[in-house]
Ligand binder design. Structure first.
Ligand code: GLN
Length: 464
C-alpha cells in the first residue's frame, strides 16, 4: 500500500490505470471464479474521484487501496448474495458500517468475491456458483469459506480483501493461499451489514500480502458502532505502527504438536521455527490444552444452532429467491427454502434446529455453552501468562478439489482455528511454512482480547 501511495503521488501511474490493471488480472484468470461480480464501471468512477482528491491533497488514509469484499458484506445499491441461490437478485439497501468507514477513507471496492454458501465451509466448494480454484495450483482448493477473497489477493486481482471468520474462514484460506489473514477480537469490528452466520463468533477481517496493510484496514474498520450492540468501545490503537524490536513470551500446545492429523513435515518445520524464535531471545513454553478434541464439536453445535435461527429470515418472502411452485404461505416457505439453500446449509439448519429442540436443548446446546465457557477460560488463562499462542494455522497445505467428501472430515479441517472464535480472541495467520510440493501453510499467532496491535507488530517482525 505504501509503495502504491507513493507511486500515485509521484504520478508514476494514475489510480484509473491501477484499477484497470486489476480488472485485466481478474479477466485474465476469470476461470478461478474468485469474483461473483466485478464492479467495473463504478470502481473506475471512484478511481477518478479519489485521484482528484489525491491531487488536491485531501485524500483519505486508504486512497490507493483497491479492495474486494466477500459476498456477505453489504455495499449499498450492490447485489449481495452469500454465494447462495436464495439471495439471487437481492440488492443491499444500505452499507455495512465497515464499508461506510472504508469508503470515507477513500478505499475503492472492485467487486464481491465468492465464498462458501453463507460462509459455511472450509474449501469454497459449497458456493452455489461452483468452486473457486487456488491461484497457486488450480487443482487445489483456496480454502474457505472466504476462498474467493483469498484467491483474489493471491492472484494479484486487488491489493487486499475482506472476509469473515466464524471458525477460521479468514485464517485457513490465508494459510492455503500464502497470505496474511486476520480475525479480530470479537466485538472489535462492527457486524452491522454482515450477513449473519453464527452471531456470537462472526467477525469481519482483512486479507493482505503484508501485515501492515491488514493493520491499516483494521485501523479504519475497528471501533464502537451504535448499530451493533456487541461492538466494543475499547480504544482503537494505531495497529499499523511498526513496533520496536523486542522479545516476547510465546507458548504452544503439546496436544497440537502431537496431533495425529498434523502433517509430519509441518510438525518438524513448526518445531524448527520455535527454535529460531528461541535463538532470537523469545521465551517459548510448552502448554497443555485438554480440550483440543472438544473444539470442533462445540463449535458445530453452537454455530449450527445460531445459523438455524439467523437463516430463518430467508423465507421466500422478504429477500431474493421465491419458488416458482409457491402456492400458499406454507409452500412458499418450504419450496423456496428447499430450492434456495444448498445441501450443506440445509444440513446445518437441520442440525441446529435439532440441538435447540425441546428434549435435546440441555443435552446439546446448553452443554456446548458450558464447554465453550471452559474453553474460553482456559484460553484466556493461558494468554494471561504469555503474549501469544503459536500453532500451524492448518494441519496441512491446501487439498485437492473434491478430495474431502465426508462432512465430518471437512469440519475437522478447522481444528486449529475455531478456538480463537469460541474464546473471542484475536488471531492472525501469516505465511511461514511450505509443503513438500511448495504450497504455503500459515503460522497462527493468537493473542489476548484487544491485543491486535502487539499481535500485528509481532507478525510484522516475522515477515520475510
Ligand atoms: N470452516 C468453518 C465452517 O465450515 C468456518 C466457517 C467460517 O469461519 N465462516 O463453519
Amino acid at each position: 500500500m505504501r509503495e502504491i501511495r507513493e507511486a500515485l503521488l509521484r504520478e508514476d501511474y494514475s489510480l484509473t490505470d491501477l484499477v484497470k490493471h486489476y480488472q485485466s488480472k481478474i479477466a485474465e484468470r476469470s476461470h478461478l471464479a474468485a469474483f461473483r461480480e466485478v464492479f467495473t464501471d463504478d470502481s473506475l468512477e471512484r478511481a477518478s474521484e479519489v485521484q482528484s482528491k489525491i491531487k488536491a491533497g485531501t485524500a483519505g488514509k486508504l486512497a490507493g487501496m483497491v479492495l474486494a469484499i466477500k459476498d456477505n458484506i453489504c455495499y449499498r445499491d450492490h447485489e449481495v448474495g452469500a454465494a447462495s441461490k436464495i439471495l439471487e437478485g437481492f440488492i443491499s439497501p444500505y452499507h455495512a458500517t465497515i464499508v461506510e468507514r472504508l469508503l470515507a477513507e477513500d478505499v475503492i471496492i472492485i467487486g464481491r468475491t465468492s465464498c462458501d454458501e453463507f460462509a459455511m465451509g472450509s474449501s469454497n466448494e459449497n458456493s452455489a456458483y461452483g468452486p473457486v480454484l487456488n491461484p497457486l495450483d488450480e487443482a487445489l482448493v483456496p480454502g474457505g469459506s472466504s476462498g474467493g477473497s483469498a484467491a483474489a489477493v493471491a492472484a494479484g486481482m486487488c491489493l487486499a480483501s475482506l472476509g469473515s471468520d466464524t471458525g477460521g474462514s479468514i485464517r485457513q484460506p490465508a494459510s492455503f493461499c500464502g497470505l496474511v489473514g486476520l480475525k479480530p477480537t470479537y466485538g472489535r469490528v462492527s457486524r452491522y451489514g454482515l450477513l449473519a452466520y453464527a452471531s456470537s463468533m462472526d467477525q469481519i477481517g482483512p486479507f493482505a500480502s503484508k501485515s501492515e496493510d491488514a493493520a491499516l484496514l483494521l485501523e479504519v474498520m475497528a471501533g464502537k458502532d451504535s448499530k451493533d450492540n456487541t461492538s466494543s468501545n475499547h480504544r482503537v490503537d494505531e495497529y499499523s505502527e511498526e513496533g520496536k524490536a523486542r522479545t516476547y513470551e510465546l507458548a504452544y500446545y503439546k496436544e497440537i504438536v502431537e496431533h495425529p492429523g498434523l502433517d509430519p513435515q509441518l510438525k518438524a518445520d513448526f518445531l524448527a521455527q520455535l527454535e529460531i524464535l528461541r535463538s532470537q531471545g523469545h521465551k517459548v513454553e510448552e502448554l497443555s490444552f485438554p480440550y483440543l478434541n472438544d473444539l470442533v464439536p462445540t463449535y458445530n453445535v453452537l454455530s449450527n444452532a445460531e445459523a438455524s435461527s439467523n437463516l430463518s429470515r430467508y423465507d421466500g418472502i422478504r429477500y431474493g429467491y421465491r419458488s416458482e411452485n409457491a402456492g400458499d404461505i406454507d409452500t412458499t416457505y418450504t419450496k423456496s427454502r428447499s430450492e434456495g439453500f444448498g445441501p450443506e446449509v440445509k444440513r446445518r439448519i437441520m442440525l441446529g434446529t435439532f440441538v435447540l429442540s425441546s428434549g435435546y436443548y440441555d443435552a446439546y446446546y446448553s452443554k456446548a455453552q458450558k464447554v465453550r465457557r471452559l474453553i474460553r477460560d482456559a484460553t484466556i488463562n493461558a494468554l494471561s501468562d504469555c503474549d501469544f499462542i503459536l500453532s500451524p494455522t492448518t494441519p496441512h497445505s491446501a487439498f485437492k478439489i473434491g478430495d474431502i467428501q465426508d462432512p465430518v472430515q471437512m469440519y475437522l479441517e478447522d481444528i486449529f482455528t475455531v478456538q480463537a472464535n469460541l474464546a473471542g480472541v484475536p488471531s492472525v495467520s501469516i505465511p511461514k511454512f511450505k509443503s513438500a510440493s511448495g504450497m504455503p501453510i500459515g503460522l497462527q499467532i493468537t493473542a489476548g482480547p484487544f491485543e491486535e496491535k502487539k499481535m500485528l507488530q509481532f507478525a510484522r517482525s516475522l515477515e520475510d
